[in-house]
Design a protein around this ligand. Sequence first.
Ligand code: PMT
Length: 415
Amino acid sequence: MLAGQRIVLGVTGGIAAYKAVEVCRRLVDAGAHVVPVMTAGAEHFLGRTTLSALASEPVQTSLWDEASPIPHTRLGQSADLIVVAPATARLLAAYAAGLSTDLLTNTLLATRAPVVVCPAMHTEMWEHPAVQANIATLRSRGVHIVEPESGRLAGGDVGAGRLAAPEAIVAAIEAVLATAAIEQGQLAGVHVVVSAGGTREPIDAVRVIANRSSGKQGYAIAAEAAARGAQVTLVSTVELPTPAGVAVRTVETAAQMQAELTQLAPTADVVVMAAAVADFRPVLAAEGKIKKDQGVPQIVLEATPDILAGLGAAKPAGQVLVGFAAETSDLLANATAKLQRKRLDLVVANDVSAPGVGFQHDTNAVTLLRADGTVQVVALTDKRAVAAAVLDTVVEIRAHAARPDHTNDTVNPTS
Ligand code: PMT
């Protein structure tokens, strides 16, 4: 996540400024391009030489550098992320008030990149209503706060206000970058596997047990995912026009579909099972064509493997697994049971007995049921719009999973 990212590291004047050196080193080691900016206060605690030596560029401190007449706009516009560690009460106040007092505050005002602020100060200062109000203001504007820890502070005091550990700060930066990429709708670098169409289970050399799935819904999902930049592999039983950027693997039976998906799923970031897999298949398919004069054949059926349940049981960490539920009654109850039994993150429930819904139509109407209980109804619309709604939800699930939970972390002035 950090490789190639341009990160402005702001350092303000607190005793914890020395920890910024470790944050810088970890970011550079992870492949980030780190641009350090120090305030005048920071220079009381940390020499420029140390940070310049470890960062990707020399430290900058001034708005009035003749080599770059508008350094703050250049820094703010080119940053993928700005982190301020440590952030003093003064920095928080200036940033919350929109004051441009130095290079760092100017840069913070001149950016649209995500900003991570890591406060560090004495407990009394941290708990002061003015500081907390500034934190609340910054949070309401989307600034990510890595809260201070409790621990020993400068002067031997103990309490809340110690700067979060460098590894926690770097983890927060990674999570914010991941969330930003996902929230921008970027599926670039994300491998999405989609299944489409109905399986055909042979009775003999010419006859099959099939279903009415046309594959349209699965193809629409594959096309939408590719349009969002994903690497898409479509496992399909039908031959519709291949959407741009989609790799298709053609199969016929449930067993063949299972073999392809079992191979693809372990490395997929998202799996969407839109195919209508036969639930039953003949135990034995006759080699040739069964002749009419042999009498009506007695076809013995067996259950097919539940591919989706297998994928749910073996789901790798971080993968988003989406199933469909094609129902003709008790839509939500049946879909919820499938969501839970197959260990899905999302089930797309369609009442295929309703007009214009499900099999073969160009339209669909679905209810999206998430594992966290969130429910979204998508009224009758074209299948591409349903695909967009499904992928929006997948993006949300991925963003939620990537979101940092640093509410108990801390910061501060010493240590
Ligand atoms: O293809 P279209 O004509 O565009 O129609 C779209 C659709 C109706 C096929 C699609 O919207 C849909 O509902 N797909 C799922 C159909 C289905 O098999 O539903 P189900 O409720 O029987 O199965 C639940 C889930 O388990 C599905 O994700 C299915 O792919 C999966 N499954 C089912 C049986 C099985 N043996 N293995 C599975 O993986």
